[in-house]
Design a protein around this ligand. Sequence first.
Ligand code: ADP
Length: 290
Amino acid sequence: MLLEIENISKKYDDTVVLHDISFCLKPGVYGLLGSNGSGKTTLFRIICGVLKQSAGTVKYNHDDIQTNPDAFRSVLGFLPQDFSYYPNFTGMKFMLYIAALKGINKNFAKKRCVELLKLVGLDDVKNKKIKKYSGGMKQRLGIAQAMINDPEILILDEPTVGLDPKERVRFRNLISSFSENKIVILSTHIVSDVEYIADEILVLNQGKLENRGVSSELVSTIQGYVWEVIVEPVKLDEMLAKYIISNQKHGEKGIVLRIISKEKPTDNARHVQPTLEDLYLYYFRGEAEQ
Ligand code: ADP
């Protein structure tokens, strides 16, 4: 299994939203990390064949996916960001409906839907209407529908939006249990989602693939740029205006700031070990996390 993204660009009129993106994916879990508007959804829609690129090719097992789109769709599972549920359907009815849309044999579909609903922990609510489901339950149903054709490639666009921390942990465990011998790509702007679950992280920044690697490799690129500084409260505004601050807390001797800067910010600054969260702020310059 090999998914190749070759020189993909996307333009809307004169605005370029994806700039010459290239990468190859083998089975594994990949996190596409980027702030809002960085082009994650656009890239996913192109990979899924629902949006046409301005240039470049998507290949699966060396074949252009546009040559035989039906064959590609049969190995693809997709959870779009704006996934719409039918609130008056039960979970089971919804799954059977998706199975019918995908042309799955009726008898097999029933067995598969029951199996999948069990796998995502919705077995006991499968006959309840979706409008009664929590956000986490709906999201798990979204993942179950994306898995209906036992896909080789699973693409999940912002799958953790709206989930509480407990549901997020559950989601991560679910993905780990699914991911064996599959290419799973999930997008997020929440660092901790990819930090624990993804084998590799791809950082998309303003439509460009900024970096790619395992978390520790990416973090090592800002080794030496993260500092801890103690400042007097009167200096706080000045520091906030001047530096990328990844954390601030009150200490005994003043305010303790975690600063990301190539240069030593103050004489009393001391180096601290960078984290993926620091890296995110370094790339995205303090844009809001959620
Ligand atoms: P993300 O998923 O990372 O939030 P998107 O792929 O949704 O980013 O959007 C990337 C950029 O493309 C944004 O600046 C967005 O405004 C722009 N964009 C998306 N769809 C369209 C469209 N149909 N026409 C013009 N610009 C668009």
